[in-house]
Ligand binder design. Structure first.
Ligand code: SF4
Length: 280
């Protein structure tokens, strides 16, 4: 059994908060650069140039890429041969978020009570998704999730007869309705299957797939391409001002579901597609 002090996770989460908000990942920058070459709308091109300049400046100056530094979504893959010692796991993760957001002067974006709207003042609590995996390693992923894109996300319990056409229609209608307010170009994570709860998580996990990497199942990969083309044909464009760069990427994850169900969820992310991971 490998012993890991929870203080190690605290420090790792702190550093992930500091990095993820400042450094837009290379795959996102490359996707934006490709889009700039392919976009035909002059206004769309101009916006893509501004986004790229902003992201490069954020890296150089160690400043947040966006003022909305998001809800701290933390995925922890925990090896079953790891024994966590030295304190409480959730407290350690929240302390890491607290320290990271304070040290980086990052905006505190958490309402501690959803209806009375008091700000927690330190961007905690984080949303923690824990998965137990074989072995003795730990992998942490931080996804700072902006409110605009999260608000544009949705889930529907379709009937099985809806099939792929129903999934496709649901995602397109959602992007059409609220995509422009989610700061496009977008990254789309789509979950198909599972239960009401796990489908939404599937969609969020789909956002973590490197941009440009297709699903290993050729049929799912073909659906991803089809959906991306359809979304880009909507004409929403960068920041919703026209063009064909509406989505940089569409990733679909699938899971078994009840014979009477066809859950589908789409989790949108904006052009400020921030995420960072570390293996301990
Ligand atoms: S949706 Fe994204 S780019 Fe727009 S304000 Fe929120 S975090 Fe920033």
């Amino acid at each position: 059994m490998r012993e890991v002090a929870v203080s190690l996770l605290r420090d790792a989460v702190r550093d992930l908060c500091l990095e993820a908000n400042v450094v837009i990942p290379d795959d996102t920058l490359q996707a934006l650069e490709r889009a700039l070459i392919e976009e035909t709308s002059l206004r769309g091109r101009s916006i893509l140039e501004e986004i790229l300049a902003n992201d490069r400046r954020a890296r150089e100056c160690r400043l947040p890429a966006c003022q909305d530094t998001g809800l701290a979504i933390v995925f922890l893959e925990l090896g079953q041969d790891v024994s966590l010692v030295g304190g409480d796991l959730c407290q350690a993760i929240n302390e890491g978020v607290r320290q990271g957001y304070r040290r980086g002067y990052l905006r505190n974006s958490v309402s501690v009570d959803p209806l009375r709207r008091a700000n927690s003042g330190d961007n905690t609590p984080a949303v923690l998704h824990l998965e137990v995996i074989p072995g003795d390693s730990l992998r942490l992923v931080l996804l700072p999730k902006g409110g605009g894109a999260e608000n544009a996300s949705a889930l529907s319990m379709l009937t099985p007869a809806s099939g792929w056409e129903g999934v496709r229609r649901f995602v397109l209608e959602q992007v059409c309705r609220v995509g422009p307010s989610a700061c496009p170009p977008l990254v789309l994570g789509v979950g198909v299957g599972g239960s009401f709860g796990s489908c939404a998580l599937l969609a969020k996990k789909a956002l973590l797939r490197p941009l440009g990497r297709s699903h290993p199942d050729p049929q799912v990969a073909a659906w991803e391409d089809e959906l991306k083309t359809a979304v880009n044909n909507l004409g929403i464009g960068p920041m919703g001002l026209g063009g064909h760069t509406t989505a940089l990427s569409v990733a679909i994850e699938v899971a078994p579901c009840h014979i009477a169900s066809l859950p589908v969820a789409v989790n949108l992310n904006c052009h400020s597609h921030r995420h960072r991971s570390v293996t301990l």
